[in-house]
Design a protein around this ligand. Structure first.
Ligand SMILES: Nc1ncnc2c1ncn2[C@@H]1O[C@H](COP(=O)(O)OP(=O)(O)OP(=O)(O)O)[C@@H](O)[C@H]1O
Ligand SMILES: [Mg+2]
Length: 422
């Protein structure tokens, strides 16, 4: 016989059973979240997905994400919803750190309910640590108006699972990012080694040869000049002699360039103030730039430390960069040269950077890999030997630095030089 009590019990069991089914469904959905987020997604995109899930899991008034900054190792606010709560969440974070709650939750690696210290009206805060087996990634703050006693164990379990999934997805994305960066820097290093090898073999080859060529060349151009001074020569011979003189001059320029190229490694080192050096080179171009409608912007960091270097060689590099920029802006434009010391504490500290940016015609993608090759030039035979950048490359390398060129056709070119200043 079924009594009222047993009917009530059955109804209760059914209700409980439904709740369990719902809970399992939610768990299953959460466990599949990983598949919804692409590995190439960034932290903001990942957070969007998880923020929606958190919002579906618990009634909340505000939610904030703090991530550990890789450089400073501090918790930095990444996102707050609504954004008007940013300040409140930030001060709440500071309170929780001060009272030791923060580090306790990180150590415990589980979500916890904490009474709000900064918020009034009995708000409860749920703190979800984002941790993986290897490291702490961040912390999620959920501000809710629900009383502490009304937050169930199931709520907390779901949130814990969400935090775990979110941590895993974020960790994967961060690892992917680092892998991508490592791969790119490896590719850059490989390119530099190839370039250095190429230049070294050319350097060896040219040391002796350039001397051997210059001597007979000087004799040749001397005779050409003598012939040109002779009286009574006809117009055609004068024209031929002028072409011969032009061409021997060109050979001389190339061979001189090659000679300098092979000499870049033996230069003596002294204390060089890069800003002073840049200002001097700019003075050389001042008149020309005004004439060519090139607007110069110099943005040199005041307290730039001096470097160990060879002033003549570095002047030659700056001269090359400024000549190339001028050639790229025949109808005028803007030339911006800036210097800066890399911030201490960063992975680049101990280095200075020179950036030379022009708004010229740029370098097409299919030739950018060739610009450091000796003799690569897009200029007329008269104007370019194609040695400027390859010599600069050798000089910067002998200073223990790096030189990189980024360019977009029709937009402009940026040359970035980094030199050690330890
Ligand atoms: N700022 C720049 N804007 C556009 N193209 C550039 C720039 N700098 C270099 N280039 C390209 O790279 C090529 C190689 O430059 P590099 O300075 O080595 O030789 P060059 O200027 O042609 O001749 P030179 O030996 O007289 O300097 C140039 O011919 C040009 O096509
Ligand atoms: Mg050049």
């Amino acid at each position: 016989m079924i009594t009222d009590d047993s009917e009530k019990n059955i109804a209760l069991i059914e209700k409980g059973y439904q709740a369990v089914l719902e809970f399992i469904d939610q768990m299953e959905e959460i466990s599949q979240l990983q598949d919804k987020v692409d590995i190439t997604a960034n932290i903001n995109q990942i957070w969007k997905v998880f923020f929606n899930e958190i919002r579906n899991s618990i009634k909340m008034e505000a939610c904030a994400l703090f991530m550990v900054d890789e450089q400073s190792h501090e918790f930095v606010l990444k996102s707050a919803s609504p954004s008007s709560m940013s300040f409140v969440c930030q001060s709440e974070l500071e309170h929780q750190i001060e009272c030791g709650m923060f580090s306790w939750i990180i150590r415990r690696r589980k979500p916890a309910l904490v009474p709000s210290l900064a918020l009034k009206n009995n708000k409860t805060i749920i703190m979800l640590p984002l941790v993986t087996a290897k490291r702490t990634l961040g912390m999620v703050f959920i501000v809710t108006g629900i009383e502490e006693s009304a937050i169930t164990q199931e709520n907390m379990k779901l949130l814990a699972m969400l935090a775990k999934q979110c941590s895993l997805v974020m960790e994967n994305s961060l690892l992917y990012d680092r892998l991508k960066k490592d791969h790119e820097s490896l590719q850059r290093a490989q390119k530099q080694v190839l370039q250095a090898e190429k230049l070294a073999s050319i350097g060896r080859l040219t040391t002796g040869a350039s001397h051997e060529i210059l001597n007979p060349l000087n004799i040749l151009s001397g005779y050409i000049q003598l012939l040109a001074m002779k009286e009574g020569i006809d117009e055609r011979t004068t024209r031929y002699l002028s072409i011969m003189s032009e061409q021997t001059e060109r050979i001389s320029r190339i061979v001189n360039g090659l000679y300098q190229f092979s000499q870049t490694s033996g230069a003596s080192m002294e204390k060089v103030h890069i800003n002073t050096l840049i200002r001097k080179v700019f003075q050389l171009f001042e008149h020309e730039h005004r004439y060519d409608h090139i607007h110069n912007v110099l943005d040199l960091q005041e307290d730039l430390p001096p470097i160990e270097g060879n002033a003549d060689s570095l002047t030659q590099v700056m001269f090359t960069l400024l000549s190339n920029a001028r050639d790229a802006m025949p109808r005028g434009g803007e030339l911006n040269v800036s210097t800066r010391k890399m911030p201490s504490g960063s992975s680049d500290s101990g280095w200075i950077e020179i950036i030379c940016r022009d708004t010229g015609h740029g370098i097409p993608e299919d030739v950018i890999d060739k610009i450091f090759d000796p003799f690569f030039t897009t200029k007329t035979l008269k104007n370019g030997t194609g040695l400027g950048l390859s010599i600069s490359y050798g000089i910067i390398q002998n200073h223990g630095g790096t030189i990189r060129v980024d360019s977009k056709a029709n937009e402009g070119t940026t040359v970035v030089i980094r030199l050690p200043c330890r």
